[in-house]
Write a protein that binds this ligand. Structure first.
Ligand code: NAD
Length: 488
């Protein structure tokens, strides 16, 4: 990939808001800058929407709702399928763009395009399977008709860590169900959503069905949209503190919400685990996306009899991980999203070490341009360390130990989060017990990545409400209508 390729791609990306089928300037032609986290340089200036722009986007979604809901499911399905095909054609551009604005290594960005694209294909197939039921009531006096209707205009707020997949995971099921959309992409990585919107237009999406507002003032632009009685659904992916605020705003209008929030995933390695598998799983669960995933393993809870060997093996692997700009061949650790993320990783590691943890690899921020933190391993992390409570969101593998199954379960569940857990054991009965005992919405049993468009993604406890993907995903955008007709 040359600098000229990067420049050509960046120049081709739309830079304005997309409202009612038109690319338009923000009010007052205000702009916001997008940076490359590997260099700190500005790579694009794009429209910076005002609250009024946000309401205009909602106006367009509301105006388009009835016609979109009335389209044949097959027509909606075919638009999604064409969008899937266009994503395959443009996969290199989408991947490079994500690496430029977010920093992840190009190979991982390609993986995200593949994963995110699958939501378009999956929901193109689900669009034609929305159905209801018909039956006699128990008294025999009436026929009950149960049908599914699109919820209506939906508002999406997405995070920076998976700029493509977080957009498709919401937009695809909404369109399949017959809902129109306003999306507010993250201010740090808005470009991928803009390119994807261009592909939706090429796929034949009618005006007003998807509207995009990029802004540096997320709270101010979102609040009037959420407060608007014409909005029917809010779907948010991001941190738990922001999610909590949005749920409170949504409560005013008794709005339907889906919340994909933070995680603090336990990665439990039993003494009967296949250690090779556990180490492979650990590298994926921890270092994918430079540790910046809600599903990232946050706490490695390892049986005391295998902890030293596990730590030795992961340290060996971590010491060999090439770090650099994501566009460079072979790089596995790109930059963190910004300097605040580097400061947070530094603080958490320093706190763990001050409480007695052993630093086995890394442990330092890297001086110079870009926001880099070394891939790091800390062992013997003491109870009470902040790293066990907070999402690290960086390339830091923190190990603590346990001595029996009950203790492992207690430690794993000792968090207000409940998104995903990883368990490594060769004992089938123990594996089944863990499915029952761990309080998470998802689990990887002897595997370090669980995401799949055909599976229900989501958490329990303060990791969120609702599911994205799978058979469940489309239900978030449907409301059930029941009608009774007298039997005679
Ligand atoms: P964030 O909560 O800071 O921001 C997420 C989005 O919300 C961004 O678009 C941001 O502009 C917007 N936002 C921020 N404050 C807002 C406000 N007051 N009103 C309206 N919008 C507001 O999170 P982030 O740092 O972008 O993403 C990282 C977080 O997202 C982590 O906690 C991670 O675990 C979580 N995450 C969860 C999932 C999941 O599916 N559960 C997936 C990816 C990321």
């Amino acid at each position: 990939m040359t600098a000229a390729d990067e420049k050509t791609l960046l120049e081709s990306i739309p830079r304005r808001l997309f409202i009612d089928g038109e690319w338009v300037d923000a009010e007052g032609a205000r702009t916001l800058d997008v940076h490359d986290p590997a260099t700190g340089e500005v790579i694009a200036s794009i429209a910076d929407a005002s609250p009024e722009d946000g309401v205009r986007a909602l106006d367009a979604a509301v105006a388009a709702q009835d016609a979109w809901a009335a389209t044949a499911p097959r027509a909606r399905s075919e638009i999604l399928r064409r969008a899937f095909d266009l994503v395959q054609q443009r996969k290199e551009d989408l991947a490079l763009l994500m690496t430029l604005e977010m920093g992840k290594p190009l190979a991982e960005a390609r993986g995200e395009v593949a994963y995110g694209g699958e939501f378009l294909r999956w929901f193109s197939e689900e669009a034609v399977r929305i159905s209801g039921r018909y039956g006699l009531n128990p008294e025999g006096t009436g026929h009950m008709v149960v049908s599914q209707r699109p919820v209506g205009p939906s508002f999406f707020i997405t995070p920076w860590n998976f700029p493509f997949a977080m957009a498709t995971r919401k937009i695809a099921p909404a369109l399949a169900a017959g809902c129109t959309v306003v999306i507010k992409p993250p201010e740090l990585t808005p470009l991928t959503t803009l390119l994807f919107t261009q592909l939706l237009v090429e796929a034949g999406l009618p005006a007003g069905v998807v509207n995009v507002v990029t802004t540096s003032t997320s709270g101010a632009v979102s609040a009037p949209i959420i407060a608007d009685p014409r909005l029917r659904k809010l779907s948010f992916t991001g941190s738990t503190p922001v999610g909590r605020k949005l749920i409170a705003q949504a409560a005013e209008g008794v709005l339907r919400v889906s919340m994909e929030l933070g995680g603090n995933a336990p990665f439990v390695v039993f003494d009967d685990a296949d250690l090779d598998r556990a180490v492979d799983g650990a590298m994926l669960a921890k270092f994918r996306n430079i540790g910046q995933a809600c599903t990232a393993a946050n706490r490695f809870i390892v049986h005391e009899s295998v902890a030293d060997e596990f730590a030795r093996r992961v340290t060996e692997r971590v010491e060999r991980m090439p770090l650099g700009r994501g566009t460079e061949e072979g790089v596995q650790i790109g930059p963190l999203i910004d300097d605040r993320a580097v400061a947070k990783a530094t603080e958490l590691v320093d706190d763990a070490v001050a409480r007695g943890a052993r630093l086995l690899a890394g442990g330092r921020a890297i001086e110079g341009a870009g926001s880099f933190y070394e891939p790091t391993v800390v062992a013997d992390v003491a109870p009470g360390s902040a790293i066990l409570r907070e999402e690290i969101f960086g390339p830091v593998l923190a190990i603590s130990t346990f001595s029996d199954e009950d203790e492992a379960v207690r430690l794993a569940n000792d968090t207000e989060y409940g998104l995903v857990s990883y368990v490594f054991t060769e004992n089938l009965a123990r594996g089944h017990r863990m499915i029952e005992r761990l309080e998470t919405g998802m689990m990887g049993l002897n595997v370090g990545v669980v995401s799949n468009a055909a599976a229900p993604f989501g958490g329990v406890k303060q990791s969120g409400v609702g599911r994205e993907g799978g058979l469940e995903g489309i239900n978030e955008y449907l409301s059930t209508k029941y009608t009774l007709i007298p039997a005679q």
